[in-house]
Design a protein around this ligand. Structure first.
Ligand code: NAP
Length: 525
């Protein structure tokens, strides 16, 4: 089966043999993807000239209704998406739910909150500013939807959510989308878009998809376009530094890799609820999607006094995680996405082992349930321990994009903060502690280098939303190494797809335009 591209309002087959998509359990090919021969410049042009104007003819509220219909279509086809997730991503039921249900929830969320923008066509920001003594000349700031296309270049680990978390805010803004999913798992994204197109919800040109290589896509973007990229820091650098992107100052949002941390407070001894809560969270983060989450815990900081005990507790729990073929209902953790990711995980673990002890790796006898180790792409859950975090290099730098985490000892709050900052900017850090002064000091010490910080004390218990779970009402993104991007955070996500300008003129002129506007405080709140 070859995945067709949807560009210029038509389904087109790419040229040549294309790249193979595989089942990571059996190693068998399940589909092929090719973007060769597709005129990617024309695809972006069609989105700009057909999709954009048609979308922006409608008000925000009407586009919110379209998103609601999109949510219904995706819900109706949910079972098929779970099936594809299992075949092409090796996803367990929980893994598929995390991606697919997360995607549907996010689309429905934007459909719901987008209604508040009602009849507006653009946003008015702040009050009118007097610029003359007699008030015949004044100024007003506006936010207007970009007249370009939004190009989404996505990572392989969230073929459903990665597409929808970007699509919701862009389409609500009135900006058409051109989606380039990671080739390895593009089948699911392509199938979702096929269902949406079939349902005839959005005007022609609103949604396009390119399967297979990105080819020279960044060469074709223009100043009115937006690139929203999720993937590795290395690919991000190439996109960000593309000469055309730089020359036209194209807006680029980057969500890249991240060395995320969880922290056990100095007050949390074995047997306390916060200690147990952190142990559960680490194991959940390692097993869910086999650790292939940009937000997954990579470093587990423990006060030196609890370093050994924490390792034992996590290892004991990891011993109960059944790893294997997700078709077996007992299995709790599946494979990574393909052999190349498996090799990359083993390479990263090899580096970490140079400065860490192995606490748990399933032992030499690791054998996935109902799968051939030769053909499949499993990585055993691997827990490492680093006694000398200050002297370590790889622990703070190597992102093993799989089920691996390292416990790192700290000696004081200052030492902890210094080590956390060596992640050079992360998506998320979580703190498990009842020591309010310690929590405050850590938050102040790392807030500038983390997009999200989650604090769990005894009062929160099991009601926390999850270290690795991104909720659409809250900011997703992180500074520095994490890419510097910002996504979600409710209606604030719309800012990426709007451009700010200030209009200076007679009040009657400002008021004429203001009549088309919704107050942007709705978006900023
Ligand atoms: P990747 O190799 O960087 O690929 C990401 C996307 O970029 C894919 O669609 C890929 O297409 C495309 N691409 C590759 N070369 C390109 C080029 N020269 N120009 C334009 N596009 C190009 O990353 P990945 O392996 O799919 O994803 C894993 C990484 O993503 C991890 O490091 C993870 O931390 C990060 N991630 C971050 C977030 C976040 O929100 N911060 C979320 C998920 C994942 P092909 O597949 O066709 O090569």
């Amino acid at each position: 089966m070859k995945l067709n591209n949807f560009v210029g309002g038509a389904w087109l087959e790419g040229a040549g043999a294309g790249d193979a998509l595989v089942d990571p359990v059996t190693g068998e090919e399940v589909a092929r993807a090719s973007s060769q021969g597709i005129d990617v410049g024309a695809a972006l042009g069609f989105a700009r000239t057909q999709g954009g104007p048609a979308l922006r003819q409608r008000a925000y509220g009407e586009r919110a209704e379209m998103l609601a219909k999109m949510g219904e279509v995706l819900t109706a086809n949910r079972e098929e998406y779970f099936r594809i997730s299992q075949i092409n991503s090796g996803a367990t039921q929980a893994d598929a739910a995390f991606d697919v249900d997360g995607a549907i929830y996010t689309v429905k969320y934007y459909a719901k909150i987008g209604k508040a923008l009602a009849e507006g066509k653009m946003l008015k920001e702040g009050a009118t500013l007097p610029l003359s003594k007699t008030n015949v000349f004044a100024a007003q700031h506006f936010l207007v939807p970009a007249k370009g296309a939004a190009l989404f270049i996505n990572a392989f680990n969230f073929p459903a959510w990665g597409f929808c978390e970007k699509a919701g805010p862009a389409l609500l803004s009135g900006v058409p989308i051109v989606v380039k999913p990671a080739t390895a798992t593009s089948w699911l994204t392509q199938r979702m878009i096929e269902d949406i197109v079939e349902a005839d919800i959005f005007p022609a040109g609103s949604i396009s998809i390119l399967c297979g290589s990105a080819r020279d896509l960044p060469e074709h973007v223009r100043e009115e376009d937006i690139i929203s990229f999720t993937g590795s820091a290395q690919t991000a650098i190439g996109i960000r530094s593309n000469a055309n992107v730089l020359r036209r100052a194209v807006r680029v949002n980057i969500e890249a890799d991240s060395i995320n941390s969880t922290i056990l407070g100095p007050d949390a001894a074995p047997g306390t609820d916060v200690f147990d809560g952190l142990v559960k969270e680490v194991v959940r983060e390692m097993a869910l999607k086999a650790g292939q989450k940009c937000t997954a815990i990579r470093r587990v900081f423990a006060p030196r006094a609890q370093f050994a005990a924490l390792g034992e507790a996590i290892a004991a729990r990891l011993g109960g995680v059944k790893v294997g073929n997700p078709r077996n209902p007992e299995v709790k953790m599946g494979p990574v996405v393909n052999k190349s990711q498996q090799a990359s995980c083993f390479e990263g673990i090899g580096k970490l082992k140079q400065e860490c002890k192995v606490v748990f790796d399933g032992g030499g006898n690791f054998k996935p349930i109902d799968a051939d180790p030769q053909k499949s792409a499993f990585v055993p859950p691997t827990l490492l321990a680093c006694e000398n975090g200050r002297g370590a290099k790889f622990v703070h730098d190597v992102e093993v994009f799989g089920p691996a985490a390292t416990i790192v000892a700290y000696d004081s709050t200052e030492d902890l903060i210094a080590q956390l900052r060596r992640g050079m900017g992360s998506l998320v850090g979580s703190i498990f502690s009842n020591d309010a002064a310690f929590v405050r000091q850590v938050v102040l010490g790392i807030g500038d280098l983390h997009g999200r910080i989650m604090v769990v004390d005894s009062s929160v218990g099991g009601q926390q939303t999850g270290h690795g779970n991104v909720v659409p009402s809250c900011l997703h993104g992180g500074p520095g190494r994490a890419g510097g991007g910002e996504e979600l955070a409710g209606l604030r996500a719309l800012l990426l797809y709007h451009r700010r300008f200030v209009l200076q003129g007679p009040p009657s002129c400002l008021e004429g335009l203001a009549g088309l506007c919704v107050d942007a405080s709705l978006v900023h709140s």
